[in-house]
Write a protein that binds this ligand. Sequence first.
Ligand SMILES: [Zn+2]
Length: 215
Amino acid sequence: MSVHHENQLREQISVLGKSLFDRGLTMGSSGNISVRLEDGGWLMTPTNACLGRLDPARISHLDEQGRQLGGDAPTKETFLHMAMYSERPRSQAIVHLHSTHSVAVSCLPDIDPHDCIPPLTAYYVMRVGRLPLVPYHLPGDSALGDAVQGLAGKHSAVLLANHGPVVAGKSLEAAVYATEELEETAKLFLLLHGRNPRALTDEQVAELEARFPRD
Ligand SMILES: [Zn+2]
């Protein structure tokens, strides 16, 4: 990977992080973004960093094993990203947020843990697909990584109970778009909750899955 390309990715993480922050999808120092590098390493947003004010030069650079090579210390949620990547060799980027509507859905008592949000729109199916719930764990608990890893092979996005979504994509832009689609669909789901909305049928979902594979 050229230094030029790596610098472009650092810049892109900062620009998209600010965009997410400016629109209220992430607050304080929560949320983190990672990108796979061609040499097998990763760029990872630093611990205690606000996504709205990232310094591209200080984004953590990790080697293939997740060891820090440069930049600031990586987010303490690095293990969530590694758990997803380990089962998704084609995924190039991951976004994890504590975005309000997605977290709200993750706290509801009556959601289907195998499919938290019904297929309300075609774009939700295309960008997110079937979203499983990962049971609550203490932040940093390695068992949380194991639980995410167990689902990541079949799902490009998972929802951590009482915590937030972890979303993979075939590019950083795709991962960000999928996270935004998930957050907006969570909002729709909450608006429609209790109103018995008409979701897409199994046939309509299957048609979308076949036509628009994610990664
Ligand atoms: Zn988190």
